[in-house]
Design a protein. Sequence first.
Length: 431
Amino acid sequence: MIIEKKFYQSLIICGLLGVFIVTILRGLRWPNDWAEAQWLISYDFGFIKRALPGTFFKLIIFLGGVTDIESAIKWISSIFLFCFYSILFLVNIQIVKKLQFSLSGILIALLFFTSPYVVMSAHLNGYFDNITVILSFLASIFIIKNKILMASLILTFGFFIHESIFLIGFPSVFFITFFKYFRLKKIEKKIFFNFISRYLMVFLVPLISFFLITTCHGTSEKMAISTKVTEYLSQFGFIHENKNITVPKALTTPLLYYLETQSSQFLLRILDPVFLFHTGMPVFCFLFMIFNILKNNYGHFLMILFVSFLLIILPLALHAVAWDTSRIWTYPLIVGLFTLWGVCEVTPKIEIAGHESLSYLAALWIVINFQLFLLTPLMDGEQERFSNEIRVLLYGLPLLLVMTVVEKHYCLAVCCFSSKNEVHIDQEPLK
């Protein structure tokens, strides 16, 4: 019986992987000129933000005697992208396992695997977003294991790769830290100050790094660095479309300049009804799952839920300093996933008892089907692959595999006659 159960669970995992791969292929491409230019910028020109990956890349090129630089960028970008997607897949499977392979857990994984974030992250192959997410995951692991110093060092390292980790990776790490400490405590003034004093290092050192990165160098010095980098990038024939000029300028322009020039568009971007709908639906599903887990187990769960909501939408603050709107709108989805994963990991044991809410399962299924045919606005004027007919064919087999196994072995018919989702957690005292 146990062997049979493991077999059918393996079939579900294979089906989830198939769905994940199809969604990746919808947006996957080689690194564009912007991404390639970033990999070529190192600290040889001075202390520049986002120059750490290029510094390591230059060292690898030198030690390996590599002459085909463009191919090397493609290879190293592909390696990081593979590691990134492996982590995302493992995080989702861990959530499914913690939720005992319940129908809602499986649908949550499908929700993320068909989401605009997966499409956009494949499209951003070569960008440093995936590296910061990998580091945020590692920092979260160390927080869960009470390795505070290591978590702080990893976050600090991440700021030198891309400062956007402040609004993408930082929120999920903070939530896991917050939830781990307060899940069985009342949020009182004395306890809150104890929390700050205990975990100050996790957040203070990275924030100091962020301050140094965004304020270093005067205007004239930055202009001189930008000129040097432009001359250097002009040597590479595969850097086109003036990216040899725009990338150095972007990396040496002060954050305050972007705030002054872009903040006027913030409300228009944040209130865009199309993106609100596309991102709001899966974010609501993540929050409702978090709510379902918390409500029967923590007396002050509303405060924790409110904190999780604020941190999930925090990446949208990037609309005040950046104009790549569609890219920014996908960021709450990765924070939402890591927030749910943090709740599942920190909670000792989750047992699904009774039946799951029909309305919630229906909402998940509707959103998943909507995302299957959603066209995510991509960068550089590009469009997603696959027509609706092709998507039906590609998604059909893995989805059919998952839902057939679920229906046969997880009593789907019984779930459909129930409207109550009961989640019980055997709590363990804090040590």
